[in-house]
Structure formats: C-alpha cells, structure tokens
Write a protein of this length. Structure first.
Ligand SMILES: *Cc1c(COP(=O)(O)O)cnc(C)c1O
Length: 252
C-alpha cells in the first residue's frame, strides 16, 4: 500500500494490518504477541481518530506534547467514553510541565535526566502517588536526540531508583530514521542488553512482569524491534497516516 496515494485511510484496517505484522514478528522470534503492547501514537491527530482506534481495539495511546495530551484527556473525560484509555507520554518533557502529568499517565517513557526524575518524585510525593517511568536512551548517540548516553545510564539509574515514588520499569529509545530497519537491529539489541544489565544490578522495578519494559520500534522498524525483544512499540503513521505539522517546528 502506498500511503501517499491513499486519501481515505481506515484506522481500523491499519490497526488490523499492524496487529498481523506484530503476530508475524512474534512468530519469527518465538514470542507471545500478548507480551507486546501496541501504543497508538496519536500526536497531532484529532480526538475522533482516537475514538476510531479505540473502537478497533487499541487501548494505549502515545502523545508527545503535554498540552495536547491534557486536552485529549479532558475531551475523553467529557465525552463520557466507556472504554478506559491508557495514556503514554512519549515526547520530551520539561520540568515545569511535570505537575500536569503526574497521576494522569500510565507511563512516562521519556525521562532523560536526573533533575527531571527528581521533579517527578517531588510532584508524586505531593500527590502521594507512584509514577511509572522509563529512562530514555540515546542509543545511537545522535546529536539531535534526547536521552541518556549509554555510559551515563547506569549512574543515573542508580540515583533515580532511589526515589521512593518513581518506579523505573525499563528503557525507551528512538532508533535513527532509516530506510532499512535492519540497520537498527544492533541498537535494539543494545537497548535490551542495557536493560538486562540494570536489572541484574537491581536498578529496575520489574515486579509487574519480572522483565524490563523495552519501549522501542516505530512505524519504520517495529517488526525488527519485536524480534529483538520490544515489549512496547510506538506506532503512529502506520495507524493514523501521515502527520501534518502546521508550524513545522517539532519533528519528533
Ligand atoms: C512520533 C513518534 C512515534 C511514532 O512514529 P511513527 O514513525 O509515526 O510510527 C514514536 N515514538 C516517538 C517518541 C515519537 O515521537
């Protein structure tokens, strides 16, 4: 299918297509598709698209911008929707926005500094909540990307794992944009190794599943990410179609 020629995309067909591809990747890797959570990345898309995806069985949604996420949460609450939505924050997060998020998300994937985690701890303690997070790793050391360098990950994890209200479930990465997903295989493998290393040092909170959460793989490379052990994939374009950025500002 050529998505550029395809004006009337059907979100529900796209989701079935992605689900088949998840299943096929799991078969190749001898994994259970139930161990891979599909996060539908709905950034820039209207709430009506989220409702359509919900009707097609998606339950977890990823957003990049705090304000847009809060607006969608409010729309969902006021729509009286019957199905619960799990909200995932996947975009770069500024410390001054943390107070809006705490208590509203299933998981914050994009924790990329110790001060940001400290701010989450502060707001979580205030609200007497536990907040589940992932540490974002800049696995290919790209200039343009946020995230811990692989070398600075362990000392950071050591500090953050001491925060009583912050639960570090695992790691997240955005691999380089590429035409050939195979070139990202090494990065996915490296993220998994880093997570296993942290787990062995008891720096991750793996009580829920016994295994670290690995949030890796997007439209272009999620099948390879699953083969390498992804437990969460973040898929936008393959579900909702191309995004339009009016201001052209944030390409993430
Ligand atoms: C936009 C975005 C995605 C989804 O990207 P697609 O290529 O559209 O699937 C996943 N993860 C992050 C962090 C993103 O910003």
């Amino acid at each position: 299918m050529n998505s550029e020629e395809n004006c009337s995309i059907s979100i529900s067909e796209n989701i079935s297509r992605v689900r088949s591809a998840i299943k096929a990747a799991c078969e190749r890797a001898g994994r259970d598709p139930g161990d891979v959570t599909l996060i539908a990345v709905s950034k820039t898309k209207p709430f009506s698209d989220i409702l359509e995806a919900l009707d097609s069985g998606a339950t977890a949604f990823g957003e990049n911008y705090v304000q847009e996420l809060m607006e969608k949460i409010e729309e969902n609450e006021s729509s009286g929707a019957k199905k619960p939505i799990e909200w995932h924050m996947i975009g770069h997060l500024q410390k001054n926005k943390v107070k809006y998020l705490v208590g509203r998300t299933a998981l914050i994937h994009s924790v990329d500094s110790v001060p940001l985690a400290a701010q989450i701890e502060k707001e979580a303690a205030k609200k007497e909540l536990d907040v589940r997070i992932l540490l974002e790793v800049n696995i290919a050391r790209e200039e343009s990307k946020f995230g811990f360098d692989p070398e600075s990950l362990e000392p950071a994890a050591r500090e953050i794992s001491a925060f009583p209200h912050v639960k570090v479930l695992g790691l997240m990465t955005s691999a380089p944009l590429t035409e050939n997903a195979e070139t990202n295989r090494v990065y996915f493998r490296e993220l998994k190794n880093l997570a296993e290393g942290l787990k062995a040092k008891k720096l991750l909170d793996v009580e829920e599943t016994g295994k670290p959460v690995l949030s890796m793989g997007m439209t272009g490379d999620y099948q390879v990410a699953i083969e390498e052990g992804a437990t969460m994939i973040r898929v936008g374009t393959a579900i909702f179609g191309k995004r339009n950025y009016q201001n052209g500002g944030n390409k993430q």
